[in-house]
Design a protein around this ligand. Structure first.
Ligand SMILES: *Cc1c(COP(=O)(O)O)cnc(C)c1O
Ligand code: SF4
Length: 339
């Protein structure tokens, strides 16, 4: 079968750090690139996303998110392999049922971009994906539990699956009366907007439930006209579109950058949802922003932005019943749990 346009763009993604640096006119930066880090979690970035990076700028906020650096290989206490406790929560069929009413499906292991701060760098999810066995086990888990009202597709990136594969799942879910909502967590509308094609939109607009698409952009520069078009198409297909971001040192850890992200998102039709404190995974320590700084940034955002432009500042803590809002130290709540 002919690959579709988005599958072609996916295949053409840059995977060689030297090529990326040469495209950006930054060959000198190669000295800081770590072959070891790249072997552990390979570089991967679609060319359309690279086109939004500033040539010649070694501190470009989009480049920092994808370039494997030496700093990743320095062990830092507190930064481990399973920062969010998913290894324990996963039952082997790709379904994570941690929060009331919501079943999260690890739909697939693939992503079009490899984000250096992601916990996935240690979980290739090669086998335990919900789509692997034709969704059968995942569908049985959902069918058997009338308390599950929302099915959440995550991954990896669930939109890396062919639309045909996604509709196999939703066709089966139509027959399960207690499913009332579908949510899709995806970075593809941002990093590979070609993915939001006519076939995908036909599928979305034919679904019988409210659909929420949570995209993932960390910086205003990640938006361009092609991303605007993808988000417009999602909304025209009936989806509510929200954004989650990760607070990242050297990428978006100042109030102007966070405010610009929310405003640029709004212009595209996306409202902020969560601003995550980093998962403490090995290799990501150099991105961490201290809780006190995170809280101060958030307070500054609250003071100057419309309420709907302020994301909730949260951290994921193993064993909690929900994402945990960050609180100031000394208010009686533990801002920095020990895992
Ligand atoms: C984050 C997450 C959800 C969704 O949580 P919301 O607060 O509803 O966005 C559901 N299940 C799991 C396992 C999660 O990690
Ligand atoms: S799961 Fe999301 S954050 Fe992690 S590598 Fe894939 S796109 Fe990036």
């Amino acid at each position: 079968m002919q690959p579709s346009r988005w599958q072609q763009a996916w295949r053409e993604a840059i995977r060689d750090p030297r090529e990326l640096l040469s495209v950006l006119g930054l060959p000198a930066l190669a000295l800081q690139v770590s072959a070891e880090a790249a072997a552990q979690f390979p570089l991967r970035v679609p060319r359309g996303f690279v086109a939004r990076m500033r040539p010649g700028d070694p501190h470009d906020p989009l480049l920092r998110q994808v370039l494997p650096l030496d700093a990743e290989m320095q062990p830092v206490p507190g930064f481990g392999l399973d920062a969010v406790g998913d290894a324990a929560a996963r039952a082997g069929h790709g379904v994570i049922h941690k929060y009331e009413g919501r079943a999260l499906l690890v739909a697939t292991g693939s992503c079009a971009v490899h984000c250096r701060y992601c916990f996935r760098r240690h979980f290739p999810y090669a086998e335990e994906t919900a789509a692997a066995a034709g969704w059968r086990d995942a569908i049985e888990v959902i069918r058997a539990d009338p308390g599950i009202h929302e099915v959440l597709l995550s991954g990896g990136d669930p939109l890396s699956l062919a639309t045909r594969k996604l509709s196999e799942l939703t066709d089966a879910l139509r027959g399960i009366g207690h499913v009332r909502r579908l949510r899709i967590h995806t970075r593809l509308p941002i990093v590979l907007p070609e993915r939001i094609d006519a076939e995908l939109c036909r599928w979305l607009s034919g679904l019988p439930w409210p659909v929420v698409v949570v995209v993932h952009a960390n910086h205003a520069n990640e938006f361009d006209a092609s991303v605007d078009g993808a988000i417009r198409a999602l909304r025209e297909a009936g989806a509510t579109v929200l954004n989650q971001a990760v607070l990242l040192r050297g990428v978006n850890d100042d109030v102007d950058t966070l405010a610009a992200l929310a405003e640029r998102g709004l212009a595209a039709g996306v409202l902020p949802y969560y601003l995550h404190q980093l998962d403490r995974v090995a290799g990501a320590a150099h991105f961490e922003v201290p809780d006190a700084t995170a809280l101060a940034l958030h307070a500054a955002l609250v003071a100057r932005q419309s309420g709907y432009l302020v994301p909730r500042l949260v951290r994921e803590v193993a064993g909690d019943v929900s994402k945990r809002p960050l609180h100031a130290a000394g208010d009686g709540r533990d801002p920095h749990p020990v895992a």
